[in-house]
Design a protein around this ligand. Structure first.
Ligand code: AMP
Ligand code: GLY
Length: 426
């Protein structure tokens, strides 16, 4: 069959790498793709927001399945548009993607489904929001309702900080329309974990657990980023806890979405804080995590294509979903200055080709470009350097060994990826 992936970051590189291994695939396209994805797919220079051109490409190339990577096109209704054109697409409908695109919508679903989450209130009026924060006290969390590229959340240590976050979102329009409404939440304490799951609208099945590292600097210091590294499995999530997450979070979410007339198909990503009272949801996302995809997909032993198809046609319960016992770690190499302003076009040099994921590393390209034959930096997160190993410490060593073979000026990466896992293993 012919498959088209929409997107061009590290997550889509991992998806392309995994999908290309399927014997079911006769041709694989990616729009817009990136220089790393070119090793697995034909890249076509069409942006993720150019729905009409993507549909025209899919028709011209007889595409049987479209796999959408990022949240923005999903929230804009790209799956509905492909389906209206008679082309099968993997991902939630516009209505279902609201689970990520509107935090207030997600909270309503969680309330209806009785899913453990932080206590909250949603506000359209800054005066009421500020009054609520003064009444609740700090620490407290302020979230822009809409999509804000991971930047719409402030964990405020003081009431004044929370008030400033409300003013900047609602009156300063720091996140455009996304901040016209805010959700104010109880501050949860505990380690974070990401559970990604496949869903076909009625059956939901979790993937192997993972943990992201959002802050830019070692020791979880510095500003939040899209994610500086990840590992899988996350030992903070025990097998018993994964069953609890399935029973108290994933199944109630998918059941309630179906009962509400917005059946959820695609990837359901639960961002969790493991509190003393058990796992609680801090957000749902409507797509694979980035960089979580880079550590979860290499551990998936089953062919991913039948799984993606089963999510579209409702047969997920019958699918083979098996996971490698090995661990996987990815370290993000970012541009100097990220997540603030950073230069582009810095030449990237590799000491050795990093081809084999079991012996060394796998380079998933996130923000790279080719300029006159030279690989250069072209984004904040440049490369996600990934490796497997028998254990988390072994995979971590392999990933950092691979990082040592990649060079560009001012390359910034955290040196403590997966360190939290060691506390649980000790
Ligand atoms: P998000 O963009 O929703 O993933 O949130 C960004 C970060 O804010 C998360 O990774 C958490 O570290 C933190 N966060 C979000 N919600 C809460 C909460 N209710 N309590 C504590 N921390 C939170
Ligand atoms: N790694 C966080 C995200 O994909 O939202």
């Amino acid at each position: 069959m012919n498959i088209l992936i929409v997107g061009g970051g590290g997550r889509e590189h991992a998806l392309a790498w995994k999908i290309a291994q399927s014997p079911l695939v006769s041709s694989l396209l990616c729009a817009p793709g990136n220089p790393g994805i070119e090793a697995h797919a034909e890249c076509v220079d069409i942006g993720v927001g150019e729905t009409d051109r993507l549909i025209a490409l899919a028709k011209e190339r007889d595409i049987n399945l479209v796999v959408i990577g990022p949240e923005n096109p999903l929230a804009d209704g790209i799956v509905d548009a492909f389906e209206a054109a008679g082309i099968q697409a993997f991902g939630p409908s516009k209505a279902a993607a609201q689970i990520e695109a509107s935090k207030a919508f997600a909270k309503e679903i969680m309330q209806r489904a009785n899913i453990p989450t932080a206590a909250y209130a949603a506000f359209d009026d800054p005066v009421e929001a500020i009054a609520y924060v003064r009444e609740q006290g700090a620490p407290i969390v302020v979230k822009a309702d809409g999509l804000a590229a991971g930047k719409g959340v402030t964990v405020a240590a003081t009431v004044e900080e929370a008030v400033m976050a409300i003013e900047s979102a609602m009156q300063g329009h720091a996140f455009g329309d996304a901040g016209a409404r805010v959700v104010i939440e109880e501050c949860l304490v505990g380690e974070e974990a990401s559970i990604l799951a496949f869903s076909d609208g009625s059956t939901v099945r979790p993937m192997a657990s993972a943990q992201d590292h959002k802050p830019a600097l070692d020791g979880d210091q510095g500003p939040n980023t899209g994610g500086m590294g990840a590992y899988s499995p996350a030992p903070v999530v025990t097998d018993a806890m994964l069953e609890e997450i399935q029973r108290t979070i994933l199944e109630p979410c998918v059941d309630t979405m179906a009962a509400s007339g917005t059946p959820y198909k695609g990837i359901l990503y639960a961002g969790l804080i493991i509190t003393e009272a058990g796992p609680k949801v801090i957000e749902f996302n409507c797509r694979f995590g980035d960089p979580e995809a880079q550590v979860v997909l290499p551990r998936l032993q089953s062919d991913i294509v039948p799984i993606l198809l089963s999510c579209c046609d409702g047969s997920l319960a019958m699918c083979d979903l098996s996971w490698s016992a090995k661990a996987c770690v990815t370290v993000v190499m970012a541009s100097p200055g990220y997540p603030a302003d950073y230069p582009k076009g810095l030449p990237i040099a590799l000491d050795a080709p990093l081809r084999d994921i079991d012996n060394g590393g796998l380079l998933f390209h996130a923000g790279t470009a080719r300029k006159g034959g030279q690989l250069v930096t072209n984004g904040g997160r440049v490369l996600t350097v990934t490796a497997m190993g028998e254990t988390i410490p072994a995979a971590t060593k392999n990933a950092y060994d691979a990082v040592g073979k990649v060079h560009f000026e001012g390359a910034h990466f955290r040196t403590d990826i997966a360190r939290k896992a060691l506390q649980h293993l000790a």
